[in-house]
Design a protein around this ligand. Structure first.
Ligand SMILES: Cc1cc2nc3c(=O)[nH]c(=O)nc-3n(C[C@H](O)[C@H](O)[C@H](O)COP(=O)(O)OP(=O)(O)OC[C@H]3O[C@@H](n4cnc5c(N)ncnc54)[C@H](O)[C@@H]3O)c2cc1C
Length: 408
């Protein structure tokens, strides 16, 4: 049976669910298709992936009226301390200097998914199809037809706009033969949670070590979430260690700013790549989230960037609805891209150059980065630009990230 919608959203991760929720606010009927089994709400675990939500993402989620639920499970970040292990120079960015309540918030991906799922399930304008796998899309003059594979029979849905939010290996992207550019960092992010001897006082640490960037993010109960980026070879060695030896090496790399690390959860590895596409909008189709840019987690930017993309796309589609325009026409989607391209390019370049600069142990590079750390504290205006980017308030800020309604 063929069902009719305004928007067909392939991928019901954090990005897909958020945009579905936002589009329903413009009275659009959305079908959300996801390959996984319905998300099961489980008690939080020390294996959950922890994410930093920038100040701008918090304002966007607040404008979407879902922050209150999320806020019960976040740890705020008051200060970010950046240092280079074994070399001179360090820098700090504080909420006070930036005149924001907090620089960001640490929350588990599971919590975000759980809150979004409740909001989706309670929305009569959103139908969820799960587990179904995207199979194909066919374009007509004013509509498109998506076929998805489910257990029993193929599902056929028509719509006016297709949003591909189906992650790093996007099936929609592959089906449409959209070329992606990928760079394998030959690095692995090892994540775990550690118990601390000293309180973290809501400070997040980004330490650039010889092995790669090491982040400690504040959590409740005197714990921290660790994201330790190392080469693939080093990751194999670290993951083979007994817990007490792993903890010892982690302590040596991080130092004693938070006292002794007393325990840690099972370390979990994730291989790291940069994936971008040459073209992200087509007639009746737009790519979003990890499907369009998968970033290195060094500065915690991937989801924050996707939230700003989502906010602007929601804004432009909402305006098109108000003006009675076709939400899938290329002029509307190009207007979205025009507003987002500069932020996307700058965040991708910032993230990639941080990885390149701090993964290098050649003396001139080490001296240059020590110098830039000192300069960073001196040259307030450079720090301000960097801080604005980290807060998600650089360039053209989406209305939702300013706390404004989606349109006038
Ligand atoms: C270690 C690590 C730490 C990170 N920390 C941060 C951070 O602090 N801050 C930050 O902003 N970002 C961070 N990120 C990035 C962040 O995790 C991603 O940007 C975000 O999860 C992307 O979400 P998404 O919804 O686009 O993709 P995904 O989470 O991959 O969701 C894709 C969805 O599509 C579905 N799907 C896949 N294939 C199909 C198909 N064929 N048909 C139908 N559905 C399909 C999947 O089931 C899934 O639900 C981090 C990443 C890593 C690896």
């Amino acid at each position: 049976m063929e069902k009719k919608y305004d928007v067909l959203m392939v991928g019901g991760g954090i990005v897909g669910m958020s945009l579905a929720s936002l589009l329903a606010e413009s009275s659009l009927k959305v079908a959300l298709l996801d390959a996984s089994l319905p998300f099961k709400r489980e008690p939080s675990s020390r294996n959950d992936r922890m994410l930093v939500l920038a100040h701008s993402s918090q304002v966007i989620l607040d404008s979407m009226k879902i922050w209150r639920e999320i806020s019960q499970a976040v740890t705020p970040i008051r200060k970010v301390h950046i240092s280079d292990k074994g070399h001179f120079g360090s820098s700090q960015i504080t909420a006070e200097e930036e005149r924001v309540p907090f620089l960001g918030y640490v929350v588990s991906a599971q919590k975000l998914l759980a809150v979004l799922q409740v909001s989706i399930n309670n929305n009569p304008l959103i139908d969820v199809f799960q587990p179904v796998k995207f199979k194909s899309v066919d374009y007509g003059k004013n509509t498109l037809l998506v076929v998805a594979e489910s257990d029993s029979t193929d599902l056929q849905l028509t719509g006016r706009l297709l949003v591909a939010a189906d992650g790093q290996d996007s099936a929609v992207r592959n089906f449409l033969n959209i070329k992606n550019i990928s760079h394998d960092y030959q690095q692995v992010a090892i994540t775990c949670q550690v118990d601390l001897k000293r309180p973290h006082q809501c400070v997040a640490y980004e330490r650039f070590t010889e092995q790669g960037p090491l982040a400690f993010l504040p959590l409740s109960n005197q714990q921290a979430a660790v994201i330790w980026t190392v080469s693939s070879r080093q990751a194999n060695q670290l993951l083979a260690l007994e817990k007490k030896n792993f903890l010892k090496l982690l302590q040596t790399s991080f130092g004693y700013r938070l006292g002794k690390l007393t325990d840690c959860s099972q370390p979990i590895p994730v291989s790291l790549q940069l994936v971008t596409v040459r073209q992200q909008v087509f007639p009746r189709t737009v790519l979003l989230g990890n499907a369009v840019h998968t970033l290195h987690p060094v500065a915690g930017q991937g989801l924050n960037l996707a939230f700003r993309d989502m906010a602007v796309l929601g804004e432009i589609i909402s305006l098109a609805v108000k003006e009675n325009k076709d939400i899938g026409c290329i002029e509307i989607l190009e207007r979205y891209l025009k507003q987002r391209e500069s932020d996307q390019q700058q965040i991708i370049a910032l993230t990639h150059s941080l990885v390149s600069l701090f993964s290098n142990s050649l003396l001139p590079v080490v001296l240059a980065r020590g110098f830039s750390m000192v300069m960073l504290d001196r040259m307030e205006w450079i720090k301000k630009i960097l801080a604005k980017r980290m807060l998600g308030l650089g360039g053209n800020v989406p209305r939702l990230a300013c706390g404004l309604p989606i349109n006038e």
